[in-house]
Design a protein around this ligand. Structure first.
Ligand code: ZN
Length: 134
């Protein structure tokens, strides 16, 4: 399962980081950025995270996924920036187009294919108060 191996890679990187830089409290949430060109199920990723983190120092942490728009570079005209989206009336989503929005040439993806940890939310030693949403 694609999401499972991605979650495993994230977790391994995070645990290696925490061995060198221990967190000052328990990890409440792990924030990741998911490039919009990376096709995966956020739900499956979060479920894999829940299973894989069991028994580790980040057990019980929430995986918070933020989507990052794609960015392309055009070798033809030098364009660097966001992609154009193909959206038609009646569609419920927009499809990123991997062609240069300026000259129409073939563009290279420079951002939007990765999954990376961008931050951690750490709870200090205070226990959560009942009735307060995390
Ligand atoms: Zn171009």
């Amino acid at each position: 399962m694609h999401e499972y191996s991605l979650a495993q890679a994230l977790l391994e990187g995070l645990l290696a980081h925490l061995r060198e830089h221990p967190a000052p409290g328990s990890i409440a949430a792990v924030h990741v950025r998911q490039g919009e060109l990376l096709v995966l199920s956020t739900e499956a990723l979060r479920e894999a995270w829940r299973i894989l983190t069991e028994g580790t120092v980040v057990a019980g942490s929430d995986l918070v996924v933020e989507r990052v728009p794609a960015k392309v570079r055009c070798p033809g005209c030098g364009y660097l920036g966001p992609v154009r989206y193909l959206a038609e009336e009646g569609w419920h989503f927009a499809v990123p187009v991997l062609a240069c929005p300026r000259c129409g040439g073939r563009a290279e993806v420079v951002e939007g294919r990765d999954l990376a940890i961008v931050g951690l939310s750490v709870d200090d030693a205070t226990p959560p108060r009942p009735g307060v949403a995390a």
